[in-house]
Write a protein that binds this ligand. Structure first.
Ligand code: TYM
Length: 337
C-alpha cells in the first residue's frame, strides 16, 4: 500500500437494504474519504450472526450490502471491498483479543446491553458479547489509522484503542492505535416515527425507517408521514423538536447546506414544505443508487468475483499481521511439510 493513512470500516448485512442512517453516518464519509486514504470496506457477516438471523437470507443480504457500497460510490478496484468471513484472520485475531479483554469492560459496552435487553439477557449469545473484540480485530489487522462510523460505535473504538495499547505494552509494539472519525452533525439519525430513538436496520417497526433500496414512492410517503410536533416553527432543537431537527439534519446531509441556512430558508414556511424538500432530496440521491445496485445484483457471479479478488487483497495484509501476533503471544509455529 501507499503512504496514505489506512481507513477501515464496515456494516453488518442484517437486512435487505441499508437505511438512511448508515448512508449519512458512514457511507457518505467513506465515499468522500476513499481518495485520500487507502480504504478497506468490509461486509461484516460474522457480526450479523451474533443475533438471531435467517441463514437462507444471509447470502442475499451480504451481496446486497456489497452492491449498495459499490452503487453508492465505493470503487472496489481502488479500495478493498470484501466479506469478513472470507478472511479467517478476523476470527483468529478476535480470539487472541478475547484473552486480553476483561469480562467487566466487555460488560460495559452499551450496544451489548441494548441488544441483549431486546432479546432477554439470558438469550443473548457469547458471540454477541464478543462482538466488540471481533470489531477490534477487523480494525487492528490492517494497521488502520482512521475508522469513519456513526456515534453509536464510539465506545467500541475506544475499546479497540485500549486493547491495542494493552497488547503493545504486554507483547511489544504490534498494533497501530486507530482513531474514530465521527461527523458531529450527522453522527446519529433518528427513527422518523420515533425521533427519540436511533434509526436501525433491525428496528421493530418499518414505518420510521428509510431504506436505500425502497421504491422512491414508498420513501417519499414515509418522509411525508414523519412525526413532527404541534408547534409551527422550523427550527433545530433536539430536545424540544426532535422530529423537525432530524429532518433538518437529513436535508443538510443530502444537500450540503448547513442547518443554519436551512432554518433561514424555511423561516415562516410549514412542515409540509420541509418534508417535501427532504423527500425530493432523498429520492433523487437514492434512486440512482438503487438502480445501480439492482443492476449489480442482476449478475451475482460478477459480484462474487469482485468479492473474491478483494478477499485475496485483504488476506495478503491480514495474514502476515496474524502471524506476527501469534509469534508475539508465543504460539508454536506450525512447520509446513
Ligand atoms: P452497522 O451495520 O450497525 O452500522 C453501520 C454504520 O452505520 C452507522 N449507523 C448510523 N449512523 C448514524 N445514524 C444512525 N441511525 C445509524 N445507524 C447506523 C454505524 O455507526 C456504523 O458506522 N459495528 C459496526 C460494524 C463493524 C465495523 C467494524 C465498523 C464491524 N467491524 C470495524 C467499523 C470498523 C456497525 O455498527 O455496523
Amino acid at each position: 500500500m501507499s503512504s496514505k493513512p489506512i481507513l477501515f470500516s464496515g456494516m453488518a448485512p442484517s437486512a435487505d437494504s441499508l437505511q438512511i442512517g448508515n448512508y449519512i453516518g458512514a457511507l457518505l464519509q467513506w465515499k468522500e474519504m476513499q481518495q485520500a486514504n487507502d480504504a478497506i470496506f468490509c461486509v461484516v457477516d460474522l457480526h450479523a450472526i451474533t443475533v438471531p438471523q435467517d441463514p437462507a437470507g444471509l447470502p442475499d443480504h451480504t451481496r446486497r450490502t456489497a452492491a449498495q457500497y459499490i452503487a453508492a460510490g465505493i470503487d472496489p478496484t481502488m479500495s478493498i471491498l470484501f466479506v469478513q468471513s472470507h478472511v479467517s484472520a478476523h476470527t483468529e485475531l478476535a480470539w487472541i483479543l478475547n484473552t486480553i479483554t476483561g469480562f467487566g469492560e466487555a460488560s460495559r459496552m452499551t450496544q451489548f446491553k441494548d441488544k441483549a435487553a431486546k432479546q432477554g439477557t439470558e438469550a443473548a449469545s457469547l458471540g454477541l458479547f464478543a462482538y466488540p473484540t471481533l470489531m477490534a480485530a477487523d480494525i487492528l489487522l490492517y494497521d488502520t489509522n482512521v475508522v469513519p462510523v456513526g456515534d453509536d460505535q464510539k465506545q467500541h473504538i475506544e475499546l479497540t484503542r485500549d486493547l491495542a495499547n494493552r497488547f503493545n505494552s504486554r507483547f511489544g509494539e504490534t498494533f497501530v492505535i486507530p482513531e474514530a472519525i465521527i461527523m458531529k452533525e450527522t453522527a446519529r439519525i433518528y427513527d422518523l416515527q420515533n425521533p427519540e430513538s436511533k434509526m436501525s436496520k433491525t428496528s421493530a417497526s418499518d414505518s420510521g425507517v428509510v431504506w436505500m433500496m425502497d421504491e422512491p414512492s414508498k420513501t417519499a410517503k414515509k418522509i411525508r408521514s414523519a412525526v413532527t410536533d404541534d408547534d409551527r416553527e422550523i427550527r433545530f432543537d433536539r430536545g424540544a423538536k426532535p422530529g423537525v431537527s432530524n429532518l433538518l439534519t437529513i436535508l443538510s446531509a443530502f444537500t450540503g447546506t448547513s442547518v443554519e441556512l436551512l432554518e433561514q430558508r424555511f423561516a415562516g414556511r410549514g412542515y409540509g414544505d420541509l418534508k417535501g424538500e427532504v423527500a425530493d432530496a432523498v429520492v433523487s440521491t437514492f434512486e440512482p443508487i438503487r438502480s445501480r445496485a439492482l443492476e449489480l445484483l442482476d449478475d451475482p457471479s460478477e459480484l462474487d468475483r469482485i468479492l473474491a479478488v478483494n478477499a485475496e487483497r485483504a488476506e495478503a495484509i491480514a495474514q502476515p499481521m496474524l502471524a506476527k501476533v501469534y509469534d508475539r503471544v508465543g504460539l508454536l509455529p506450525r512447520v509446513r511439510r
